[in-house]
Design a protein around this ligand. Structure first.
Ligand code: SF4
Ligand code: SF4
Length: 183
């Protein structure tokens, strides 16, 4: 396997594009980063993409991507308090955008409380649920799109991106199987 060395400088905006060129031949190459600047704003995203690139087993690679993106999304919601629960009601419910519920969008007027919500915690890991933001958040420009998340944008084709977006209520294991079949 050939090793490609990629240097990270202060403002190199093309590193992800460079890596994308090698993705077609990903089983022939590995990537080594030479980090000359730690102030590159994309450094952590580049590191994650390189980590995924260097995992040659597809199941393992998808699992790494899945977990890394889920952690990123969990942290964004938590750090920025996007759903801003107060007295058990999220900001969308408090503003009348969602039905009166203590469970935010894990509750629907017709479907009721999601069966995966147990003791106020989701017992599965659905990347589609984690990517979802409701009408209220979207109205306030809070949304997550696949093209802005390099790990999802670079490693998956159109059909796989559809699966990632629309597998609400579906657990990691099942989504991974679908992604592998659609490679
Ligand atoms: S995404 Fe919207 S509806 Fe769902 S919990 Fe967050 S604020 Fe509430
Ligand atoms: S599967 Fe989705 S809707 Fe159901 S509890 Fe989990 S996050 Fe909520």
């Amino acid at each position: 396997m050939r090793e490609i060395v990629i240097k990270i400088t202060d403002n190199d905006k093309n590193t992800l594009k460079k890596i994308k060129r090698y993705l077609r031949y990903d089983q022939k190459y590995s990537i080594k980063l030479e980090i000359e600047s730690k102030s590159n704003p994309n450094l952590s995203k580049i590191k994650e993409v390189v980590e995924a690139f260097n995992i040659k087993d597809i199941r393992e690679r998808y699992s790494y991507i899945y977990d890394t993106v889920c952690t990123y999304l969990d942290n964004e919601f938590k750090k920025k308090k996007l759903c801003d629960f107060k007295n058990n009601q999220c900001i969308a419910v408090r503003n009348g955008f969602y039905c009166n519920s203590n469970h935010g969008c894990c509750y629907g007027p017709k479907r009721g409380k999601c069966k995966n919500l147990v003791n106020n915690k989701c017992k599965i890991k659905s990347i589609s649920c984690k990517l979802f933001t409701c009408r209220y958040l979207k109205k306030n420009d809070i949304k997550f799109v696949i093209k802005d998340i390099p790990l999802l944008n670079l490693f998956f084709n159109y059909k796989q991106k559809y699966i990632i977006s629309y597998s609400i209520f579906v657990d990691k294991k099942e989504i991974l199987e679908k992604l592998i079949k659609s490679k």
